[in-house]
Write a protein of this length. Sequence first.
Length: 94
Amino acid sequence: MIGIIKEKAMTKEDIQSTVSRIIKERFLVNCDNKYDDSLIDAGLDSMKMIQLIVELEKIFGFEFEDEMLSYEMLHNVEEISEYIYERLLKSSAL
């Protein structure tokens, strides 16, 4: 699967901004400039988290590894963005 924005070189900040925008637009949760705040505390329940992961997989063009599919691993925008950045680096997409 080719991601929607996979062709564009992205920095960690670009990824954080994209993740934050998706959360804000899809789930009406404002996490701008608060990338280390808990998404659980912000109101993302398990169903919303699954929807977020599916959306991010489509956008960035890869599937999240099974061991990453937990609140502990994807607790906030910073952790999600770091994971995406590392995955894109490994696939040489950046």
